[in-house]
Every structure is written in structure tokens, then in C-alpha cells.
Design a protein around this ligand. Sequence first.
Ligand code: C2O
Ligand code: CU
Ligand code: CU
Length: 504
Amino acid sequence: MRRFLPHRWRRLLAILAIVIVVLGAMGAGAAAWLYRGAKQSNVGDLAFANPLAVPELAEPTIDEDGRKVFDLRFTAGESQLVDAGPSDTWGLNGTYLGPTIRAERGDRVQVNVTNGVDEATTLHWHGMHLPARMDGGPHQMIEPGETWSPAWTIDQPAASLWFHPHLHGETAEHVYRGAAGMFIVDDPAANVALPDTYGVDDVPLIIQDKNFDDDGSLDDSAPIGSTVGLLGDTILVNGTYDPYFEATTRLVRFRVLNASNARVYNLGFTDDRPFWQVGSDSGLLERPHETRRVQVAPGERAEIVMVVEPGDETVLRSFGPDLGMGWNERFNGGDDTFDILQVRGTERLDASAPLPDRLAAIDRPDPADAAATREFSLQGTKINGHHMDMGRVDEVVTEGTTEIWEVTNDHGNAHSFHPHLVHFAVLDVDGAPPPPELSGWKDTIYVPPHTTIRIVARFDGEADPDTPYMFHCHMLAHEDDGMMGQFVLVEPGDEPGDVAEHDH
Ligand code: C2O
Ligand code: CU
Ligand code: CU
């Protein structure tokens, strides 16, 4: 048995040990450097120099059947978004974002969507209750030059919905270029006295994060360590960089839409003033919820109402969101702080009607009526072990039934779960009743790592065994990686059809 290593070997081992120590130190240094560098902020960089752009309201024409007809055209072009060269962008009826569509419950609407760009795309009505073939998901492709004209009757609670492309594998890119807009549903019968003068005291805030190269071009690369994809260092609100909003009324309602690819915002004011959350994705809350923070994940919306003082000046800021991710929180935007919008008040403010105590009656489906409970396990970028397949029907739901969907995030990544067609009520989060901000109608929900959220929804609608609805993660890089599945709505006892045949 050899008791001593030969001298030569010992020297080799010593050198090896030194190399390991040096590399380890470099590794630790590099890790520390990466960790420090992963924290992003724009606080102190902004002058709030630009008035917030407010997307114009789309003007419908009324056809002979009394339908409100809107025209949207995908348009490519250059937009001067930041103080650099112009960016190549997409918009609807313009080169960045689109107009706001506003319609009422009970309206029959038609939207003529023309693809004026040189790639196939789709336009999906996020949060809208409509027949599957009108949904604008990956199966309703619009080829360049084509016009697609979905029509439906609006029948759902008042809410701030939105529209965006949904081409399989390309959603992140198409949304990032700027093709998106808000679809406001009003319900005159609900008769709630909330601020509703568009652009004055009822203002959309479409929040997006971007990375710009020095020449102004949009950079879509994800930062090192991110498991959710792109996280930009520059914030645009309604396409405006460095924005301020001048309030002229005592109360202002903001319809916040997180139209970012992956970034989660945790919004509040820099002076920590309280405000009210009055709505979530798919409807108004039962009553205003006084709070100092509201968190929105990609795809989610929150309606808030703030009190403005004469001569006021405050900043809406995203404080570090709570992603529940542990050590990798930092690499996914969890420690980032971004100023979003300065709010100024004029010296004389117009009076506003007082905020009502009751906003909506929420007719929650009774979980005891559930005809089925389905489990959705989110792992990596798979749902129930599968990546998306356009030709596979993952779930068959009977029209007119109530279902419980139990969504579990089994791993450490961050996901934002969104089923098409329905709005849902949250039953519980890891067994606990939902907090006030999750107590209204939702259509998208952040599912933190190692958490189970149970939701309940009524699957009313038009049965169509051949055309699927999607359910997916709204972190757009995950969706494009295949974190999506399909369900069809069928008559009782019916079988699903052959969905792939109906691609085009
Ligand atoms: Cu916001 Cu499947 O969509
Ligand atoms: Cu959707
Ligand atoms: Cu995800």
C-alpha cells in the first residue's frame, strides 16, 4: 500500500487545490456580481417629462343588424418610444398598441381584424366570454392581407378586458412588438357611480417593460438567471416613456393592465397613501378594498381609485413584487423597483361622486354543484406533463356545468394561469380563503411556487367539439415554450371532434 503520494503528484494536487480555490472565489465573486446586477430600478432616473398618452376610443359603425362594428388593422412601423432611434413596432390602427374598444353588456359586436403585417398572427379577446371560433386563439390564424371578422354578443360583468396576438410559439414576440389594447365592458344595468369619463377620470394604464438597444431597437433577450424570460429595464405606460398624468378630478380611476411578457408589478404610491382597489380582471369587487399595494402578474388587471388633492404630486411605483420564489426571486424581478407614473393634481379639482360602498353582486358558482374537479400541475413549462399540441384535446368540458380547477405549481418557477372563455372565483389558496384582492371575478391568476389554488367557474357558452379554447401560463415565454393546453366545450355526452383539421 502506497503511504505517500509521489512528490510530483503532491505538487500537482497542490496546484489543483489552488486552482479550485481561485476558481471557487471567482465563482462566488461572479455569483455575487450577477446577484447584485440582477436587481433593476429606474428610481431617480425619470423626470416625468411626458404627458401620458391615452389610447383613443375606437369609433364603431352600426351595421344594418344593429351590430357595433369595429375595425382593427395590424400595422408595422417605426415608433419613437424612447430617447434613441425609432423602434420597429406593431400596433393596431397605429404603430404601437391599439385603440381602446368600449362596449356594453348586451351589445352585439363585430370586429374586422385585418392583418396588415407580413407574418401570420391572431387577435385574442382576453377575458371575453364568446364562442371558441371567435376567441382569436392559435387556431384562428389571420394570414397577411386577410381580414377575420368575429362577432358575438357581450354578456358578462363590467370589466377591463384586453386583446393581444396569440399565435402559437410567437405570442411573446408579437405582444412585445406592441400589438395589444384594452377592451372595456360597461354594464349600464349595474349602475355603479365610479369615475367613467374616459381619459379624464377613467384612464387605462397599460404597463409594459422593455429593453432598448442604443439605436432604439427592441431587445427581447432575457437576463441571465431569469426563469420567466424577458425582464426589461425601461417601463412604458400606454407606450409613453417617463410619463405623468395630470388629474383634474377629485377621484381618478385607473384601469391597470399588466401587458408585460413576464414582469410582475406590486403597485403603490411613493407617499404610501391608501387607495382603493375596485376591480380585478373580469369584474368589479363586491365593495372597494382599501389598500396600499396591488400586485399584478402578466395578463392580470386591477382597477384602482385614488383621491387627488389640489396641487398633488405623487408617483405610482412598483415596489418589489412578492413572487414567493426564494433565492431566485432576485433573478425574476422580485427585488426590482420601478417608477411607473407621476400623478399631478391641478390647483382646482372637479368634484367627484363619492365612492359607492357596494360595487357589484358577485354570483359565485357553488362548488357543491361542481360536475368535475380537474387538476392542473404546472411543472417546468409543462401542464400535467405535456407541452402544447395543437392537435390534442386535453380536457372535455360539458357545456352548462360548474367545474373546480385545482391548479398546483409544483416547482420553483413563477406562473400566471389563464383559462379562456370563463371568469372564475377563487375558492382557496393552499386551503385558505382568498384575500380581498382575489375575491372578485378573475380570469388570470399568479400561482406562486409550491402553491395550490382552487378556482370555480361555470362553463356556459356555445358547445363546439371541433374548436378548442386554451388554458395556459401568461408568462409569454412559458406559453410559447408550450405551457398551454386545450379544452373543448361539448353538449352533454358528446365527444371532442378533430381539432387539428380546423386549423385554418
Ligand atoms: Cu391573454 Cu390566452 O391569453
Ligand atoms: Cu385569454
Ligand atoms: Cu409559467
